[in-house]
Design a protein around this ligand. Sequence first.
Ligand code: NAD
Ligand code: DAU
Length: 353
Amino acid sequence: MILVTGAAGFIGSNFVLDWLAQCDEVVLNLDALTYAGNLENLASLEGDARHLFVKGDIGDFDLVASLLARYKPRAVVNFAAESHVDRSIHGPEDFIQTNIVGTFRLLEAVRAYWGGALEGDAKAAFRFLHVSTDEVYGSLEKDDPAFSESNRYEPNSPYSASKAASDHLVRAYHHTYGLPVLTTNCSNNYGPYHFPEKLIPLVIHNALAGKPLPIYGDGQQIRDWLYVKDHCSAIRRVLEAGRLGETYNIGGWNEKPNLEVVHTLCAILDDLSPRGDGKPYKEQITYVKDRPGHDRRYAIDATKIERELGWKPAETFETGIRKTVRWYLDNQAWVTNVTSGAYREWLGKQYGA
Ligand code: NAD
Ligand code: DAU
């Protein structure tokens, strides 16, 4: 069995679906079900004994300790986090609580379990894999080389600072206590079950709803996009063969300016689901005030994971983005369900929508 935290969210749910499509090893899913966590993402696993769900907080030491004692997982994969940069700017508190304090308490519970309950081969085989982000490295200039694992940490937003702090705690638990940890730092993901507050699902959602497609600043900020299933396969590979205490950058060599991404989405939508009035979706593009402290460019050098572990992404941006748009068109009911309540409240506050 493996314990996966935050597995009702975007990447975590894709990871569980992918894991159980590849093997029968049971997944224990611990998720607090914040606005970003939706069990609907895992509806296809209803009644499947290989998926056990527990609603709870990674910061609840007693709960995590009791789950570890009861289920004795061979690994913990930590996805649970507050993940949206804009939210971290408007309200950093939850990011400090979950990403820093929560990760600390989770590490404490795992350390007690690994140091106390496990012995021999089970102790040697145990792994704690921490899922992190390229944003911890800060922002690149146009001609800078892509982020490698040896880049200095220079986080710029409350979100990336909180993730950087959690990475440092994970590193320290290896260095100080010998906890068998692995850390992955991935670039921007896209794909199914992506909550429509992030650029790609937001643009698809707003385009179809006839709403503005908000571009922050000049839209020339660059992100390095990776199809979520490729992130999942990379994590599986690191869990299987990563060297203890190491960090692995994960990315798809797909740097794109935001405006280009939005134009691509509009063109695919023009093709697959044309506007009723025959006009192109790009007419809905609206330039809005820039994100404070907006990082200009991210780019991942994924040489290490390819060289050491033989991992490569399967999708190009062109194939992955088309699949993604199709998924949203085919799953409008999912979008409607997750975009009620708390989401509307947040959008209302942010954009006066
Ligand atoms: P998400 O916001 O979609 O999902 C986060 C999940 O964690 C949700 O299900 C939520 O309910 C759960 N959660 C939040 N606080 C919790 C707590 N205290 N205890 C238990 N569960 C809690 O996020 P995501 O985009 O799927 O990201 C998952 C992880 O991957 C995060 O750690 C994020 O930093 C990292 N990451 C994301 C990206 C990306 O592009 N989305 C890229 C690199 C790394
Ligand atoms: O790089 C990895 C990170 O990618 C993850 O660690 C984060 O969890 C994830 O949310 C993502 O962060 P970004 O800030 O890069 O993603 P977001 O989708 O919020 O924004 C992508 C880019 O698009 C960014 O430059 C801001 C811009 N943007 C975003 C939104 C929501 C817009 O121009 N308009 C928008 O409405």
